[in-house]
Design a protein around this ligand. Structure first.
Ligand SMILES: NC(=O)c1ccc[n+]([C@@H]2O[C@H](COP(=O)([O-])OP(=O)(O)OC[C@H]3O[C@@H](n4cnc5c(N)ncnc54)[C@H](OP(=O)(O)O)[C@@H]3O)[C@@H](O)[C@H]2O)c1
Length: 254
């Protein structure tokens, strides 16, 4: 789907930490326009009361129903909750709008819903929308491939803020899949996690041999804006793609 003028962005999980970070980016970029976002009915919102649709779109719309928001947007960006993503993917397909989900901890049903929606509209799922994470993933895959025939354990540790719901993180699991891809499933990684303070996100992958050496690769994000920048960049890319299921690797061509 292509449009002229700024790309109109709608956010699912608008009042959340990531929703607000994406809103800031969508407001600031000259090539995007923040239409508004979905907030959950009946809960206390960080961003104030729900406003009616503003015809001039001077202030972002806060909607409680997908059908009130999705048709007004060129692309939807979801940072909500694993239990909610499937329904929003279906609603995006129904509204014929590209759908990017950065929500983590998705179960098989939600992933299946994304795949089904991808038959109708462009869909991208990324457990980490940072641009350099895609490169990090490739490095892990390559290291696991090079060490495949050696006796090295693979240990993945993620550190995040105290409010994060899932552990290990979606990114940790994605890195584990990259390692398994590299070593053809020869050695399963182990996982551990720290949930403390306001840590935005750090992932360490350790390749540990038995002869007195370790190889440690670490990816650190100190500002949530990194995820938001990557998500908006990917959402703009998504509006130019045909229906299908995509990842950040496709966006970055890595
Ligand atoms: N892909 C990435 O790069 C990346 C980066 C950071 C975070 N994440 C993931 O993004 C998601 C959101 O993270 P966050 O830190 O922004 O969390 P958050 O601050 O808790 O925000 C989540 C938002 O989703 C809303 N929500 C919760 N349940 C919902 C439901 N059933 N239907 C509709 N909306 C619902 C919440 O509304 P209420 O306030 O009403 O509960 C809240 O506004 C998590 O899965 C997190 O792991 C991904």
């Amino acid at each position: 789907m292509t449009t002229s003028g700024p790309t109109k962005i709608g956010i699912i999980g608008f009042a959340g930490r990531m929703g607000q970070a994406v809103a800031t980016v969508a407001r600031e970029r000259p090539d995007t326009r923040l239409i508004g976002g979905l907030v959950r009915a009946g809960t206390i919102q960080l961003t104030g009361p729900i406003s009616p649709v503003n015809e001039k779109k001077e202030s972002p719309l806060r909607a409680e129903k997908a059908e009130d928001l999705f048709p007004l947007c060129d692309v939807l960006i979801d940072f909500s909750n694993a239990a909610a993503t499937a329904d929003y993917a279906r609603a995006a397909a129904q509204s014929k709008r590209p759908f990017l989900s950065g929500t983590t901890g998705l179960g098989p049903e939600a992933l299946e819903a994304l795949r089904e929606a991808a038959a109708i509209v462009p869909v991208l799922h990324a457990t980490n929308t940072s641009l350099s994470l895609a490169v990090f993933k490739r490095l892990i895959e390559q290291a696991a491939r090079l060490l495949k025939d050696q006796d090295y354990d693979i240990a993945i540790h993620d550190s995040h803020h105290r409010w994060k719901k899932d552990a290990p993180s979606g990114t940790a699991l994605t890195l584990g899949q990259a390692a398994l891809k590299g070593n053809d499933g020869a050695r399963e990684p182990s996982y551990s996690a720290t949930r403390a303070g306001a840590i935005v996100g750090e992932h360490t992958v350790l390749f540990a041999g038995t002869g007195g050496e370790t190889l440690t690769l670490t990816h650190t994000i100190t500002d949530r804006r990194v995820f938001a920048d990557g998500a908006v960049h990917a959402a703009l890319w998504l509006t130019r793609q045909p229906a299908g299921f995509y990842t950040m690797n496709d966006v970055l061509n890595v």
